[in-house]
Design a protein around this ligand. Structure first.
Ligand SMILES: NC(=O)c1ccc[n+]([C@@H]2O[C@H](COP(=O)([O-])OP(=O)(O)OC[C@H]3O[C@@H](n4cnc5c(N)ncnc54)[C@H](OP(=O)(O)O)[C@@H]3O)[C@@H](O)[C@H]2O)c1
Length: 318
């Protein structure tokens, strides 16, 4: 890959896609291809085929998809499956047909069995049933990952690289408490509690489950390393995590501190905890030479600042 390579980033306005765009821009890549959702509906096979015919990308980063927190997953499981399956099917088929040199597909740590040895190695995939509350999403992502492996196997090439990031955060995240993930939803809840002077914030569960979070800039950095490096000897899929996890209680305290919320944290233990731990074993990617570099607290601070800036842009009073 060189600076004039044609690189298509699907989902460039999203959390991960926008980070990949920033990384490509700062890496001096001048031929980055994007299309907004409005201009290109990726579930439309014919439109995707035409787009690839017209733009002829050499590299593809597939960061488009339907994602969300537990409530969204439970409310719209059919939409989650439909959208993700169709996007993956269409983009992979078009990329294969166009002879794309490398494609990165973002799968998800939700694909791992609910009861999984920790940290979770890639070899544990398909060894058990994923968490039921996000099953439709998990199955759609397993299908996308497996489709990459199937293309690689059938055509004797290793062009399609399925990557499994753990929970991502950063600018352009979804901060809606109903549809967002835990970290961004907590930023918003603490911010609002601070703004209204609420004496306490009650959170679901015991606060004991442990989770791994990775800044989208680290995901983008790994993505570029994989696009640029020699990946011929790597075994796919590839977990992508920081190797460090936090309890939800530690996460909540860290966010409260970054936001400047001084009230009490209360835990509603009548609500479910979810899986006790979700930490990825990222040794394959570490052996490739990649390392995360975003400091967690610094990443939280810049994400909160982005949230404040985006609210100010929308004219919302803090
Ligand atoms: N966020 C995480 O923690 C995480 C972790 C692991 C893996 N992943 C995977 O990484 C990928 C990106 O996640 P993300 O968090 O960056 O998602 P995101 O912030 O919701 O962004 C999704 C992007 O896809 C676009 N998109 C969605 N449906 C589309 C469609 N039918 N046609 C065209 N564009 C469409 C969206 O555009 P509009 O907003 O305009 O619709 C947006 O640009 C997903 O495949 C997800 O499964 C995410």
């Amino acid at each position: 890959m060189d600076e004039s390579s044609r690189i298509y980033v699907a989902g460039h306005t999203g959390l991960i896609g926008s980070s990949v765009i920033r990384a490509l821009e700062s890496g001096g890549f001048t031929n980055v291809i994007t299309a907004s959702h409005r201009d290109l509906e990726l579930t439309d096979a014919l439109a995707v085929e035409r787009f690839f015919d017209n733009r002829n990308p050499e590299y593809v980063v597939l960061a488009a998809g339907r994602v969300g927190g537990i409530v969204e997953n439970q409310t719209y499981p059919a939409d989650f499956m439909n959208t993700n399956l169709a996007i993956q099917l269409n983009v992979l088929r078009a990329a294969h047909r166009a002879g794309v040199r490398k494609l990165i597909l973002f799968a998800s740590s939700c694909m791992y069995p609910r009861e999984c040895p920790q940290p979770m190695p890639e070899t544990a995939l398909f060894s058990g049933y994923p968490e039921p509350t996000s099953l439709a999403y998990a199955v759609s992502k397993l299908a996308g990952m497996q489709m990459c492996l199937a293309y690689n196997q059938q055509y004797g090439e290793k062009r399609f690289i399925p990557v499994i990031p753990n929970s991502a955060f950063g600018p352009n995240d979804n901060f809606d408490p109903k549809s967002g993930h835990v970290l961004s939803a907590l930023i918003r809840r603490f911010h609002e509690a601070k703004a209204t002077g609420a004496p306490s914030v009650t959170l679901w569960g015991s606060g004991n489950p442990r989770r791994e979070f990775i800044h989208a800039d680290d995901i983008a950095d790994a993505c570029l390393a994989l696009l640029e490096g020699d990946t011929s000897q790597l075994q796919f899929p590839l977990n992508l995590g920081t190797g460090k996890d936090f309890s939800i209680r530690e996460l909540a305290e860290a966010i409260a501190s970054v936001v400047g919320y001084a009230g009490k944290l209360e835990w509603d233990t009548s609500k479910p905890d979810g899986a006790p731990r979700k930490l990825l074993d990222s040794s394959r990617l570490l052996a490739f030479g990649w390392r995360p570099s975003v400091d967690f607290t610094a990443g939280l601070k810049s994400t909160y600042q982005w949230y404040l800036d985006s609210m100010a842009t929308q004219g919302v009073q803090p």
